[in-house]
Design a protein. Structure first.
Length: 141
């Protein structure tokens, strides 16, 4: 056939170690080796947090918030207790996207996050402020 090639290619979402070991892109592969370690997040004593998933990127507008909300909804539907810490101080969209209303309530044990209608707890900068539209000024000491 005209235009065919014998080069091995990778289809999106499909990756096999045996395919990559012999292909021309094997040395350029960004897949972590089996000996690389994933970051571990330590939780405070007395918390009941089982797992932490960090969704981050150095670029804006790539869908981090949308992905976090969709992942949280999927996990919640499977019966997991889920919470989101929205660290985006320039435009906290997680509470709006999940339909969270009200403020975070301070207590002796920390903040009690409000819950979305689907049961996802959310902590976000705009939920801590007296008005969600207030400006945030960060200062170092």
């Amino acid at each position: 056939m005209k235009g065919t090639s014998n080069k091995k290619t990778h289809e999106p979402g499909q990756f096999e170690e045996k395919e990559c070991s012999g292909c021309e892109n094997a040395s350029n592969s960004k897949r972590p080796s089996s000996t690389s370690k994933l970051p571990v997040f330590n939780t405070a004593k007395g918390t009941k947090i089982g797992s932490t998933i960090a969704i981050m990127s150095g670029k804006g507008g790539v869908g981090k918030s949308a992905f976090a909300m969709l992942l949280a909804c999927c996990l919640r539907r499977r019966g997991y207790q889920v919470g989101i810490l929205d660290a985006d101080i320039t435009g906290p969209s997680i509470p709006k996207g999940l339909g969270v209303r009200g403020q975070t309530i301070p207590s002796n044990q920390g903040f009690i996050p409000p819950e979305s209608p689907s049961g996802i707890r959310v902590i976000s900068m705009n939920l801590i402020l007296s008005s969600g539209d207030d400006a945030v000024i960060l200062r170092s000491s």
